[in-house]
Design a protein around this ligand. Structure first.
Ligand code: ZN
Length: 259
C-alpha cells in the first residue's frame, strides 16, 4: 500500500488496546499506525461481511466504509453474526455500525445503505485503499473488480457456497482481475445461496481469511493471495490452492489505466 502516507500517532489507549499487535513482529508500532491510517471499503454486510467487519474493527482499521442495501431478517442470523434479533427489519449497515461502535469506538464507520453498482460504486469507493468483498452475487463481483481497476486499488475477493468457499487478492499490478479468472458469469441455472443453503460457520472461515489478507495488504508483510485462488472444502475439511494468472487479452483489465 501507499508507503508515503503520513502515519497517525498511537494514543496511550491504542497502546493498550493493540498490545498483542505491538509485540507481534509482523505488525509492531508502525504496522498499527498503518492500520489506523487505513480506509477499507466493505461491500456486503452479510455472512462474510460479519466476520470481516468484526476483525477489521477489532484490529483498528481507521475508517471502514460499509455498503449494503439489505435489512436484517430472521434467516440471516444463522450465520451473520454481526447482527442480532433487536435489529430485525432494520438496515444491515446501521446494525453493523452500532456493533462496530461498541467493539471499537475509535473506528470511523461510513454507512451506505445502497446497492454497489458500477457507476455509484466508483464515487463511493474513491478515497479507499482497497475493497473487500462480502457480496453474494456475480454482477457485484464484476462491478467491484471494474471499480478497483479504475481506482488502482486491490480487491480482496471471497465467495461461499454450501460448505465451500474461495479467497483471492485480485486487481493488483502483478495479478489477475476477477474477469481474468471468471471471464463469463455462470449460467443462471446455478442456484443462489438462498436456494442452495449455506452452513452457518463457513462465512466465518472465509471472511476471517479475507480479513487476514486485508491486514497483510495494509501493513505490507507476508505473501498475500495474489495469483492464487485458495479453495476451502468444509465437508472434507481441506484447503487447496490453484494458480491464477493475468489474461493479457482480458477485456476488463488489459487496457485499463488507473484514473
Ligand atoms: Zn482481467
Amino acid at each position: 500500500m501507499d508507503k508515503q502516507k503520513i502515519l497517525p500517532n498511537l494514543s496511550p489507549q491504542d497502546l493498550q488496546r493493540y498490545a498483542r499487535h505491538l509485540v507481534l513482529p509482523q505488525i509492531g508500532e508502525e504496522g498499527q499506525q498503518r492500520l489506523k491510517a487505513a480506509r477499507v471499503l466493505l461491500v456486503g454486510v452479510g455472512g462474510l461481511g460479519s466476520a470481516i467487519a468484526h476483525y477489521l474493527a477489532g484490529v483498528g482499521v481507521g475508517c471502514i466504509g460499509l455498503v449494503d442495501d439489505d435489512v436484517v431478517t430472521l434467516s440471516n442470523l444463522q450465520r451473520q453474526v454481526l447482527h442480532g434479533t433487536a435489529w430485525l427489519n432494520r438496515p444491515k449497515v446501521e446494525s453493523a455500525k452500532s456493533r462496530i461502535a461498541d467493539l471499537n469506538p475509535d473506528v470511523e464507520v461510513i454507512a451506505h445503505h445502497t446497492r454497489f453498482m458500477r457507476d455509484s460504486g466508483l464515487r463511493i469507493a474513491s478515497g479507499y485503499d482497497l475493497i473487500v468483498d462480502g457480496t453474494d452475487n456475480f454482477p457485484s463481483r464484476y462491478d467491484i473488480s471494474a471499480t478497483c481497476l479504475r481506482l488502482g486499488i486491490p480487491y480482496v475477493y471471497g465467495a461461499i457456497f454450501q460448505l465451500e468457499g474461495q479467497v483471492s487478492v485480485l486487481c493488483t499490478k502483478e495479478g489477475p482481475c476477477y474477469a481474468c479468472v471468471f471471464p463469463e458469469p455462470p449460467p443462471e441455472t446455478v442456484p443462489t445461496g438462498e436456494q442452495a443453503g449455506i452452513l452457518g460457520a463457513v462465512p466465518g472461515t472465509i471472511g476471517t481469511i479475507q480479513a487476514t489478507e486485508v491486514i497483510k495488504m495494509i501493513v505490507g508483510f507476508g505473501s498475500p493471495l495474489i495469483g492464487r485462488l485458495l479453495i476451502y472444502d468444509g465437508e472434507g475439511m481441506r484447503f487447496d490452492e490453484i494458480q491464477i494468472e493475468k489474461n493479457s487479452e482480458c477485456p476488463a483489465c488489459s487496457n485499463v489505466l488507473p484514473s
